[in-house]
Write a protein that binds this ligand. Structure first.
Ligand code: AMP
Ligand code: ZN
Length: 474
């Protein structure tokens, strides 16, 4: 397959040529684990997943690296505001690492439920401080830094191509286009590589460094960890569009300042935002929806995945419960169609033949063309509308689902089994209702409430009545 991606660096669609034949090194910025991921964040990770699955289906050996930010991310990407992790830990009365651990688990619970493939390498910032210090030392040695007010800064005026990714003009930045709060900065766009003077008295995590005891600026972790696992230059880097002007711009500057090898990354892919009532959904602003909120309202995580891939990652996507409901119905009818196709041919598949070639080709062309999932999805629907050649069509459906990951093969497996599954679920719930009743008898309300809550998390509501406890789906 001949992929072409819209490269933010250069603002054009470019054909994909990996640095090493048959291999693809990919780094996607991961979560800052101070809260649950909101459904906007999950849009970014579905893009990463579609990219990885598409490349793997095309035969690439993909190494996918994702960071977990558990230190250093302030509420403003440009070194201002509060430390997100510390604030969250204080609010919850926990340590920073406890908070990080809890939300990292919650994050992967969400991504697993959405069929998002786990990265090849997941790396925590706090476990790579040594690599960050070593990289900062290289940047310093090459003359791109200055020390002021207790912090080590990156001097963007020393890096002529600063802002290329975001089409920022150095002259504008020098003139202080932004309102600047840190008087130590020589240029408004300068950023901290290492903090020793913290405005946070309670800075929980600090490390020794050549510049004093302190902690890293946010951007350096992505440069240090991506290069550790993918080499000094690699193929693809992704994140949301909010990362273009500061985070990714700074990642490029510091990485190329350290290695002198430009371009640091060949292709930059950025997903547009998921918006709610015309506003960006953001974690720090509060009031966001999580995947669990959707589950509690009766949606399957794959309904949300279907909703997301119905839009191209490069366009803004407006979320509403109505459109999610539409996605749920569409996915249900898709699953029904695939099940009835499978029933007709007894679940037997015959690998690709001429009968399905035009759909597979259409699907491949859509995916190659900057991961156009809405068009790819339309090819799947087209294939299902055809008649005859059932075994070939079923094989093609499963093949397409290697990228779309809507769980179609599992849906077929559990089709006759839809009933068996329901029976098994009923037995399990009856069992839990009995355990809960026993717990209540012995006044073990923690266990009893735990059972009720764990079922609720799975969309099952228990109702206590005069005739005992019954259950229903949310
Ligand atoms: P964070 O955990 O805040 O670092 O964000 C994780 C990822 O989600 C980043 O790639 C962000 O750019 C992305 N992101 C944040 N908000 C949205 C949104 N509303 N829609 C799509 N992506 C988003
Ligand atoms: Zn990053």
């Amino acid at each position: 397959m001949a992929f072409a991606f819209y490269n933010t660096l250069g603002r054009e669609k470019q054909s994909f040529k990996p640095l090493k034949e048959g291999k693809a090194g990919f780094y996607g910025c991961g979560p800052t684990v101070y809260n649950y991921a909101h459904i906007g964040n999950l849009r970014a990770y579905v893009l990463h997943d579609i990219l990885v699955r598409s490349l793997r289906r095309a035969g690439f050996d993909v190494t996918h690296v994702m960071n977990i930010t558990d230190v250093g991310h302030l509420s403003d990407d440009a070194d201002d505001g509060e430390d997100k992790m510390i604030k969250s830990a204080e609010e919850r009365g926990k340590s920073v690492l406890e908070v990080a651990d809890f939300y990292t688990k919650a994050f992967f619970n969400d991504t697993d439920r959405m069929n998002i493939t786990r990265p090849t390498v997941v790396c925590k910032a706090t476990e790579h401080i040594g690599e960050m210090i070593a990289l900062i030392q290289r940047i310093e040695k090459n003359g791109f830094t200055y020390f002021a007010g207790g912090n080590l800064y990156f001097d963007i005026s020393k890096f002529p191509s600063y802002g290329e990714l975001a089409l920022l003009r150095l002259d504008d930045l020098k003139a202080g286009a932004r309102i600047e709060q840190d008087e130590n900065k020589r240029n408004a766009g300068d950023f901290v590589l290492w903090f020793t003077k913290s405005k946070f008295e309670n800075q929980a995590l600090v490390w020794d460094s050549p510049w004093g005891r302190g902690y890293p600026g946010w951007h350096i972790e992505c440069s240090a960890m991506s290069m550790k696992y993918l080499g000094e230059n690699f193929d693809i880097h992704a994140g949301g569009i909010d990362h273009i002007p500061i985070h990714h711009t700074n990642e490029i500057a510091q990485s190329e300042a350290a290695t002198g090898k430009k371009p640091w990354v060949s292709y930059w892919l950025h997903n547009e935002f998921l918006v709610l009532n015309k506003g960006k959904m953001s974690k720090s602003a509060g009031g966001f929806l999580t995947l669990q909120n959707l589950v509690e309202q009766g949606y399957d995580p794959l309904d949300y995945r279907y909703f997301l891939i119905g839009g191209h990652y490069h366009s803004q996507l407006q979320f509403s419960m109505e459109s999610l409901e539409g996605a749920k119905n569409a996915r249900k009818s898709l699953v029904d169609k695939v099940r009835s196709l499978a029933a007709k041919c007894g679940g037997t598949t015959t690998a690709d033949t001429e009968k399905t070639a035009s759909y597979i080709e259409g699907f491949n062309t859509a995916i190659e063309d900057d991961l156009n999932t809405p068009r790819a999805l339309a090819e799947l629907w087209g294939l299902l509308k055809e008649d005859q050649a059932e075994t070939e069509r079923l094989s093609a459906v499963f093949d397409m689902d290697r990228v779309l990951a809507l769980g179609l093969e599992d849906a077929v497996k559990s089709a006759d089994g839809g009933k068996n599954e329901d029976d098994a679920l009923s037995r399990e719930i009856d069992d839990l209702i009995e355990k809960r009743a026993q717990a209540k008898k012995t006044k073990d309300f923690t266990t009893a409430d735990g059972i009720r809550q764990s079922l609720k998390d799975r969309g099952i509501i228990l109702e206590d009545g005069p005739a005992g406890t019954t259950w229903r789906r949310l």
